[in-house]
Design a protein around this ligand. Structure first.
Ligand SMILES: [Zn+2]
Length: 97
């Protein structure tokens, strides 16, 4: 089962990757650091709104554009910023034959 607050599902690594790639600044950066540290439940309603609009809406995609599967958090960054597909489909499209 996927849960955003499960420490082992890659969600925090995904957030850290967005920070490391210098995508965030100001309030969005501070809020994302807070989520990594304490989880999404620690945010105020206003912070949750910013996190949703400026982080999740920007850097996640609802599903693979090729097969429609959920994208795991470990693959989300590349899917959302690069090719829009799960790793499997992306590799499939990279093959020439
Ligand atoms: Zn796919």
């Amino acid at each position: 089962m996927r849960s955003k607050n499960d420490e082992d599902d890659g969600f925090n690594d995904f957030l850290q990757q967005i920070i490391d790639m210098d995508h965030l600044e100001g309030a969005a950066l501070g809020i994302t650091k807070l989520v990594i540290e304490k989880g999404e439940d620690a945010l105020s309603e206003k912070q949750k709104y910013v996190f949703q609009k400026q982080v999740l809406d920007e850097f996640t995609t609802s599903g693979c554009s090729r097969c429609g599967s959920d994208i795991p958090w470990s693959e989300m960054y590349d899917a959302a910023t690069e090719h829009g597909m799960c790793n499997y489909c992306w590799h499939m499209t990279q093959k020439d034959d």
